[in-house]
Design a protein around this ligand. Structure first.
Ligand code: NAG
Length: 297
């Protein structure tokens, strides 16, 4: 009996130890300076809507010009079949920037609700060594694959030209999904010394739970910022097999930004708990404002 009691005490002690890491992360509000630190990257995500050209003067409105000193390196896409993208160097943060354009919110919501897509495997030539249990939205995958080779080559050029090992990947809406795929893709092709940061805004779910778990364990420094009752981050639905990785930041109705630990945190302070279904959502929240910045050109 004494032995049994001891075993029970030992077991509960062990489970208490194991519970500590989960408890340590709580839903916490970001400080004003933590929020402000995202703003340059919000401007970069917005600037991807502006049909960036590296052959003409880099100028397309306030959101493009907000990051002074930016050095464009390459751009591409056509804004319809393939989203615009640009790669360049940000001297203020000493990082290469990769930015992906999003898409029209109402068309995008319709696409996300459309059953005309499936969860499929990643192309092993772009994603060597990735397990076949990992599946992603076939439309995002195909869109990403069209711009992946020129983006990788531009990132290598920018890293060499500016002597940096930092790469920051940003995007809003569909562009956030493409940015998340880049955050998995680029590390597979760049030196192990490269450090990455990824910021997605209004990001839809991109893949299945195996994909989300891969992102949680391999992608460092990734945040996806969800504004209020934006429907896009709750699509495609979890019942279709989609899951978000961790790294959520939710902007609440009172404009407070909170970190939401875990995958698809269901607390009502976070996106999934706050927006139960699309009828409780507001598409006008999709474009922002994200700390004063409205996405678009
Ligand atoms: C949401 O975050 C809270 C606070 O950290 C945590 O206790 C809870 O387990 C999380 N929920 C999910 C579903 O991850």
């Amino acid at each position: 009996m004494v032995v049994l009691t001891f075993a029970v005490v030992l077991l509960s002690a062990l489970s208490a130890v194991q519970a500590v890491p989960a408890k340590r992360q709580s839903i916490t509000a970001l400080s004003a300076s933590q929020i402000a630190a995202f703003r340059p990257f919000t401007f970069f995500a917005s600037a991807a809507y502006c049909q960036p050209s590296t052959t003409i003067t880099w100028s397309c409105g306030a959101n493009c010009n907000a990051n002074s000193g930016f050095v464009p390196v390459a751009s591409g896409g056509d804004g319809s079949d393939t989203q615009f993208w640009f790669v360049g160097f940000d001297p203020t943060h000493s990082t290469v920037i990769v930015a992906h354009q999003g898409t029209d919110p109402s068309e995008f919501e319709a696409d996300l609700l459309d059953a005309d897509f499936f969860l499929g495997n990643l192309d092993p030539s772009l994603f060597p060594g990735i397990s076949s249990s990992i599946q992603v939205h076939s439309g995002f995958r195909d869109s990403h694959a069209r711009s992946a080779p020129p983006i990788l080559s531009a990132v290598k050029t920018a890293m060499a030209a500016h002597g940096t090992t930092h790469v920051t990947i940003v995007g809003h809406s569909l562009g956030a999904a493409l940015a998340l795929l880049d955050s998995v893709f680029l590390p597979l092709h760049l030196p192990a010394s490269t450090t990455f940061k990824t910021v997605g805004y209004g990001m839809p779910r991109v893949g299945n739970q195996a994909f989300a778990t891969y992102v949680d364990t391999h992608v460092t420094n990734m945040n996806h910022i969800n504004n209020k009752e934006d429907p896009v981050p709750i699509l495609p639905g979890r019942f279709l097999g989609f899951a978000h990785p961790g790294g959520e930041i939710h902007i609440m109705d009172n404009n407070q930004w909170v970190t939401c630990p875990g995958d698809d945190n269901t607390s009502d302070l976070c996106e999934v708990g706050d927006v139960g279904n699309i009828f409780e959502s507001s598409l006008s929240d999709h474009d922002g404002p994200y700390d004063t910045v409205e996405m678009g050109c």
